[in-house]
Write a protein that binds this ligand. Structure first.
Ligand SMILES: O=C(O)c1ccccc1N[C@@H]1O[C@H](COP(=O)(O)O)[C@@H](O)[C@H]1O
Length: 210
């Protein structure tokens, strides 16, 4: 089964259209205010209206409160949760009725123990690289982790891979890990938060060619 791709952190119509035209299976809308990719709920709604139904809309959140989720869930097919405790992930899934993605931040093999902790709470695990201590963002910094950590790992749920991917390394990432779904943000940008239609096209072409 070929891998599918999520283009994350889209905030403009032309880049959203490029992701759709290139065959992205998912797009990400970022609701973490400190992020350079942040979109306000109204902006996200307008972008979502441009999208065909087969492309899934994923909201990116960092330990969100119910108020933010209530303002955005109507626009979304899935909720991606960074730095959120397992019991809170389960509560969000029950309350908002959306496919729920738990992010497991990885630097060492021990970090993979968190996959079992979120397995009963979420629908999908997104393995992402841990960003440096004190970093402003828990993702979206182009950091990758050592993919060999996933060698032989028994994934307790459906899963996806992110962290430092780009058109140049995504082939190796998929070959090495067998990821069924891959997720990119800064690897298709010219500067933090500035998506590039040509980089989006190249990334999606590379994934489709595998
Ligand atoms: O992109 C952000 O600004 C961001 C902010 C807060 C949480 C997650 C964020 N991005 C996610 O990080 C991964 C990896 O990004 P990258 O490809 O390494 O730049 C991606 O899944 C985004 O959803």
């Amino acid at each position: 089964m070929p891998a599918t791709a999520k283009i994350c952190g889209l905030s403009t119509a032309p880049t959203l259209d490029a992701a759709i035209a290139g065959g992205a299976s998912h797009i990400g809308l970022n609701f973490f205010a400190p992020s350079p990719r942040y979109v306000a709920p109204d902006q996200a709604r307008a972008l979502a209206e441009r999208m065909p139904g087969h492309v899934r809309r994923v909201g990116v959140f960092v330990d969100p409160d119910d108020e933010l989720l209530a303002a955005t869930a109507g626009t979304l097919d899935a909720i991606q949760l960074h730095k959120t405790a397992p019991d809170r992930i389960a509560a969000i899934r029950a309350r908002f009725g959306r496919e729920t993605w738990a992010v497991v931040a990885v630097k060492t093999r021990a970090d993979l123990d968190n996959a079992a902790r979120v397995a009963g709470a979420a629908d999908l695990i997104l393995y992402d690289a841990k960003t440096p201590d004190g970093a402003k963002l828990p993702g979206g910094m182009g950091v990758r982790f050592d993919w060999s950590l996933l060698d032989g790992f028994r994934h307790p749920l459906r899963w996806a891979l992110s962290g430092g991917l780009d058109a140049g390394n995504v082939g190796e990432a998929i070959r090495r890990t067998g990821a069924p779904l891959i997720d990119v943000s800064s690897g298709v940008e010219t500067a933090p938060g500035v998506k590039d239609v040509d980089k989006i096209a190249a990334f999606l072409q590379r994934v489709a060619s595998l």
